[in-house]
Write a new protein. Sequence first.
Length: 344
Amino acid sequence: MQELKITRPDDWHLHLRDGDALKAVLPHTVRQFARAIVMPNLKPPVRTVDDARAYRDRIIAAIPEGKKFEPLMTLYLTDNTTPEEIIAAKAAQFVKAVKYYPAGATTNSEFGVTDISRCDRVFEAMQKEGMPLLLHGEVRDQAVDVFDREKVFIEQYLIPLRTKFPELRIVLEHITTADSVQFVLDTPNIAATITPQHLLFNRNEIFKGGIRPHFYCLPILKREQHRQALITAATSGNPKFFLGTDSAPHSRDHKENSCGCAGCFSALHAIELYAEAFASVNALDKLEAFASFYGADFYQLPRNTEQITLTKSTWQIPDQVSFPESELVPLWAGQELKWRYIEN
Ligand code: DOR
Ligand code: ZN
């Protein structure tokens, strides 16, 4: 096979930032994807429908001339989010989900939820309105080993939440473990996004020959057995698993730092990275549904109709791309990839 034609994909988990950073990264996503679920972890976060409307306007203003792209907005859940805000969000239509970050778990999460039991009235409203809840599924307890924080989150928080609100539609974001795959398979009304880095790498990659900060993200990469479980899930043709890059740009100096930021930048070459992962297990025939169908189906949105083409031709991921006052190092910079997306 020399050419792979698929329906234009959507990115169901994306960080676009704001201001000049937004202007620098958005064109990369627009080049490959028709729509994206935009994370609300700005500083300060996108907490209300008004915040989301203003952010959406800034994103739309940053779309390159002549290009089409639809930002799908999310609200950042806090201890103070009200059921009324959920009703307003549903009515506004451009807000597609609400994101839960445990306070302090990751980048710009200091406004996040300190005690999930405070959110019961909001979850009730979300369940009633059919508003999906997106979970950063890690406990913030520093006493829990960083490699176990996702598993412990499921046990301590997700299972009770599922029992209390069985109809609430949940996306467990950027899953990293076999335990999460199994939980999603076994539980109704829950789906999961999977990033390219968690499909391509295990935790050894962070320490290959020295410390490699561009492979550091949260949740952190896990053991090989977990990577394999994710590959199996993503290529299984099960609609509960779909594409979400979690492309999370941080400038080179913020990554290559004595306390480097978490996040991998993959918007530049997202679909090619997924193609590489799917090709590694001879499952390119499963890429289209994972990248372009199942996410839209979960969010009850129409599937895209336009097609894109991936060509079998070797190319090298650039060492850097431009970013305000610095540069961005793409995930797996310098690596040769076998599939290439060429814009129409
Ligand atoms: O690695 C990550 N980066 N994980 C997150 O949860 C947040 C993200 C970011 O915003 O940089
Ligand atoms: Zn994220």
